[in-house]
Each structure stands twice: as structure tokens, then as C-alpha cells.
Design a protein around this ligand. Sequence first.
Ligand code: S3P
Length: 436
Amino acid sequence: MLVSGAKEPLRGSVTVPGDKSISHRVVMLGAIADGVTEATGFLPSEDALSTIRCFRQMGVQIEQADTHVRVAGVGLHGLKTPLADLDAGNSGTTMRLLAGLLSGQVFGVTITGDASLCKRPMRRVADPLKKMGADIHLQDNGCAPLHICPVAKLRGIDYDMPVASAQVKSALLLAGLYADEPVVVREPVPSRDHSENMLRAFGADLTVENGVIRLVPGKRLTGMTLTVPGDISSAAFVLAAAAMVPGSDVTVKNVGVNPTRTGILDVLAAMGAKITLENRRTECGEARADIRLEHRPLKGVTISGELIPRLVDELPVLAFVAAVAEGKTVIADAGELRVKESDRLSMMAKGLAAFGASFEELPDGMIINGKPGLLTAPAQVMDPAGDHRMAMAFSVAALATAGTLRLADAACVAVSYPSFFRTLAELGAVVTAEEE
Ligand code: S3P
């Protein structure tokens, strides 16, 4: 794919695909609920389709056409033994949440994934599940494939999570549906709370008090109808592009603005971009709005602590925004980036170097010495190492150059945002497909 520097400001109003986290959970909770769950705005990307495939293998009838999905729930105890291993593809959410959901079943199962997913840490989810009585086995390096053997019943757990991870938290809550005692989870820093919101909406007995999440088993789930909002993690690329290209004024319509996800808006505003939320509303317990970003001169900021889980997937693109802001941006407490779809800190460093930015990579973050003006289009073909968010971050950076980026493996954006390049073109960017 060729992405050229923007000759004109980016302008217009676009929509982005449905929220990935919510789309996974629609299928998972819908599958183990009683009755039908129907959603519009569903994300038809590779990750969400991996989740659908896994549940179909366990006997759940799921009809999906573009952004509409209908899940015929089989109830908490209605999943069938899959005839083959479950393949989570590139999706950490599929693998980790399934590990929890399947730990209390009466059948055994193996969950595998692609080369990137089979390098990601799974002890963080297997260890607490074992404390609940799960019989779960990993490879010696603590990674997938993971094997789960059936157990008679899971115990409850009172767990202080060592890392802020919505995936681990969600796995424990899903396992809790199959336990005979409550599951109590405390996070070091709050992470996205879609599982809590949705479990409650589906009828689970779940409370959150002073940051302590408590699920009491015994309630069945009931299918529901919902509309998935646009994914703020996809909108982030459009907003970052507009923040970087002078004169831009873009609106992304119908985006989920759940406060556990809006760190990107807080940071872009603190950097100086003008952000306005219009049409604010709440549907199915999730806040939504149209987000307008008008370009303004940017300055460096510090991104650390409680902010990190609220923008964890947006840091790759924020690094490039920081590179064209005036002064120093510090990213700290972000060691989790090393175990995402790629080692994102190292990929961000590779990208910043290729685009001519001044920075220093740290074990858990980086310092970026920003300078307003153009980045340099890399001379070499940029390879995102199969990481969708790196591919999109490099593409956004290319808009702030006077040259053209040649991006390898551009197709990997389909993991979360299949229409990404089309949206860039809608805003006026010059994007050209080439034979790969
Ligand atoms: C997700 C949680 C986050 C995020 C991922 C989706 C989820 O991962 O990076 O893209 O849907 O729960 P962690 O919870 O492991 O940080």
C-alpha cells in the first residue's frame, strides 16, 4: 500500500467500524445466554470473526451478515464439545476470555492461535483460573496452545490483579458464572469495563463498589438486543491524523465514549487539539458521541499511570502525534505494550526512527522530543510485523510527510479495521493499493 503525505487538510465526517471489545462480548455472552441476542453495528473484522468461529464449533448457531449478528443462545450449560481445536487467530481477547469461559465446562478443549498470539503471555490468565480449580495447561514458556480439561465445579476467588488487564478480569468473571462461590476482583488501575456492563445487562449478579468487582454465580443470562457503538480505538487513527495535519477538521460519528476508553481524547486535548463531543447519548449502558477534532498547534505531554489502560491500544499512533508536537512527550508505565500483537514499544521505536523523529526508548515507555513540522517518509518499505495497529500508525504518520510511505502487509488492518484505507481516502488522503 502507498500512503502519501497530505497536500490538503483532512476534512469531513466519517463513521468507524463497531467496537471490537463489545463485539467479542456480544457473541460470547449471547452464546451462553438463554434466548436470542441480536446486535447491529457489529464489527465484521478478523478478530471478531475468530470468536464467532469458535462458538460455532461449540454448536452455537450464529448468523452474521456484515454488521448484523444474531446469536441463538444455548444457555450456560449448552455448549457442545468442539470436534477440533479452537483457533483464536490473532485475537488475545478471544483466547483469554475463552480460557475463563471454558474452564468450567464439562468438556475439554484446546485453544490455539496464530504465531503472534502463541507468543503472548497466558500465565496471567491461567494462574488465577487454576486458583479457582481450573485444570488448564500451557506450553513450558507460558504461552498457547492452551489445554483445558473438564472439572466438576470451579471455586470462587478473591483476586488482586497484578496487571491492569480487562482480558484477565473478564476471564475471571466469565469463569465465575460456573463457580459455586463469588468471584471478587481488584484491579491496580481500572481497565475497560465492557464485561461488567454487559454481564449486568444480560442479567448476571455483578456489582462494582469502590473499584471492587464482585460476581455472584447462580443467575442465568438472558439474550438481548443491542447496538454496538463505533470503536474509539479505530476512531483514534482518524483523530490522530487530523491532529497532525494542519487545518484539518474531522468528525467521527457514533463512537463509544465509555470513560474507561477515552484517554486518547484527554491526551489529544491536553496536547492542544480542539475536541468537541456532539450528540452525546447512552444506549445499552455505553456512552456514545460524535467526536469532532479541529487541528491546533500541539505541545508535548506526559502519559502515564491511570491513563495507560484508558488508551493502551492508542499509544502506537500517539507516539507519532507526539513527534510533531512542540517539546517533550513522556510515555511511562506502558510495559504492557511489549506483549501486545507485537512488541509495540520496539515497533514504535523502529517507526519513529524511520520517520526521522527524535526519541529514546525506555523499558516501559519512551521519551519523544517533538518538533512541529513534517516527518520524513521512510526510504525503506515499512513492515508492521503483522500488527494491525502498527500498520495504521505508520499510515497516519505518512500523512504528516511530504513523501510517500510504502507499507508492507497492509492487509493486516483487517484484524480490527478492514475499511481503514477507504476512510483515509474519504478524508482526502491519497492511498494507492499496489501488488504485494
Ligand atoms: C481488550 C483489552 C485490552 C486491549 C485489547 C482488547 C478487551 O487488553 O489491549 O485490544 O477487549 O478486553 P488487556 O486487557 O490485556 O490490556
